[in-house]
Design a binder for this molecule. Structure first.
Ligand code: 5CA
Length: 187
């Protein structure tokens, strides 16, 4: 890649993508969607980083978080697509999935299960099909941004496209946010 005058580069202008990003593009293309991946000089490793880089609200950033449950058949993975403004309620997630002993995957487990490293884990294009649930708060936005396989690449898409590409079940799994100080408690 030659000299970059701007810090963001649209994917179609690039001759080649990192292998991990190409896998995300290919997965979308197989379902008839063309993604516009944006690469940054700065990190998009966390939701806050990504929001700053793209100039979006943190709630518009899709965190693709890997969880595992301990089943009689061994570790069962689950992917949770959660708004960058939210955290996952583990008890709620376990109840929704009706699985026992659910916990966050370690970095090694997440890489092994998806084929991507934390900070760049995309919502689809993984090494295997992973049961996926999606936070309904993401549907509040016209478009959201997700990781494109590396910790400096993201792409925008409509929440409904995200749902279609991932086959996600949209169901509340976010922890309740604390009400602002002084707010009524009987809401
Ligand atoms: N690229 C961004 C925005 S799309 C992204 O991938 N965000 S993320 O939330 O999906 O993934 C980064 C998050 O992974 C970090 O905020 C952190 O919460 C989590 N993480 C970091 N280290 C670990 C670890 N060892 N095990 C599990 N999760 C981790």
């Amino acid at each position: 890649m030659g000299a970059c005058e701007t810090d963001a580069i649209l994917a179609p202008a690039m001759a080649e993508h990192p292998f991990s990003t190409q896998r995300v593009l290919d997965a979308a293309e197989r379902k008839g969607f063309e993604l516009e991946v944006v690469f940054f000089d700065q990190s998009t490793h966390t939701a806050d980083d990504a929001a700053r880089a793209v100039g979006a609200e943190v709630g518009q950033i899709v965190k693709s978080l890997v969880f595992v449950s301990d089943d009689v058949d061994g570790l069962q993975p689950c992917l949770v697509l959660v708004s960058g403004a939210n955290t996952v309620d583990l008890a709620l997630l376990g109840a929704v999935l009706t699985v026992p002993r659910i916990r966050r995957a370690t970095a090694d487990e997440a890489r092994e299960l998806t084929g991507f490293s934390i900070g760049g884990i995309p919502p689809f294009g993984h090494r295997q099909q992973i049961r996926t649930v999606m936070d309904p708060d993401l549907t509040r936005y016209d478009r959201v941004w997700a990781a494109a396989g590396t910790s400096n690449a993201v792409f925008p898409l409509a929440p409904n496209t995200l749902r279609i590409l991932t086959g996600a079940v949209v169901t509340p799994i976010a922890a309740a946010r604390r009400p602002p100080v002084g707010a009524s408690s009987n809401a």
